[in-house]
Ligand binder design. Structure first.
Ligand code: DX5
Ligand code: ZN
Length: 231
């Protein structure tokens, strides 16, 4: 793991080159989030995926800045905040200040993505761009190399436990081609032991899994099953 210290924050997204499973708390028990995160940490994961939804960009509401700040006091995993919100340019920095290590925002709604990446980097936070299943890779072609991680949605954002969209996953091949080996490529939606191998073969190295981890009673076993399939 590489630690960069910038502006008083530690950025802890593991350096590209390893396969990482990033459990998504969306399918966890929100009444005991800190414990749920502790449980997946015991399986040796290094990233936890926090889904932020505003009921506008997506038809669902989840957590906001205060929850991220509270969880920060309970975990030293890398916080990977996935902002599914209409105004990332307005709110992203607040998540960085609350303790996010990495902030991903959607290309479909950012007015000045390049500037936002710069602002996040200025706060010592890594930055990522995300594209929805229907968004062509060309939309992020210029911006992707400036990112620390690119997120390819493999479901329509908003809910956990949806069906994996194989066509969308194929975009990972092109994204990997654009960013080279030093930027992480993350996939999100419908990832589990059945789909892990396919997305890794396309070039993904960061696998978000919600239902496939928190939908199982034994989270450690569930994570190991995805790891084994990804190998
Ligand atoms: C969906 C979220 C995902 C979600 C994935 O909009 O961005 O992170 O938790 O859930 P699964 O892994 O259950 O498809
Ligand atoms: Zn997500």
């Amino acid at each position: 793991m590489v630690w960069f210290v910038l502006g008083g924050f530690a950025m802890r997204l593991p350096k590209a080159g390893t396969i990482e499973i990033a459990p998504s708390i969306l399918s966890a028990d929100f009444g005991r989030l800190a414990n749920e995160i502790g449980e997946v940490a015991s399986a040796g994961v290094r990233i936890i995926h926090l889904d932020v939804m505003d009921g506008h960009f997506v038809p669902n509401l989840t957590i906001g800045v205060p929850v991220v700040a509270s969880l920060r006091r309970h975990s030293d995993l890398a916080f990977d905040c996935h902002l599914m919100i209409s105004e990332p340019d307005r709110y992203a920095e607040a998540f960085a200040k609350a303790g996010a290590d990495h902030v991903t925002f959607h290309i479909e709604v950012s007015d000045e993505p390049e500037k936002l990446i710069e602002r996040l980097h200025g706060l010592g936070c890594t930055a990522g761009i995300c594209l929805n299943p229907e968004t062509p890779v060309e939309e992020i072609e210029a911006i992707a190399p400036l990112c620390d991680m690119v997120l390819v949605m493999t479901v329509h954002p908003g809910f956990g436990a949806q069906k994996f969209i194989a066509e969308a996953a194929k975009k990972v091949i092109r994204v990997r081609d654009i960013v080279g080996a030093d930027v992480r490529v993350e996939v999100d939606g419908g990832i589990g032991p059945e789909t892990a191998q396919m997305v890794v073969s396309y070039g993904a190295d960061t696998l978000v899994a919600g239902n496939a981890v928190f939908g199982k009673s034994d989270r450690v076993e569930a994570i190991n099953a995805i790891r084994a399939a990804a190998r």
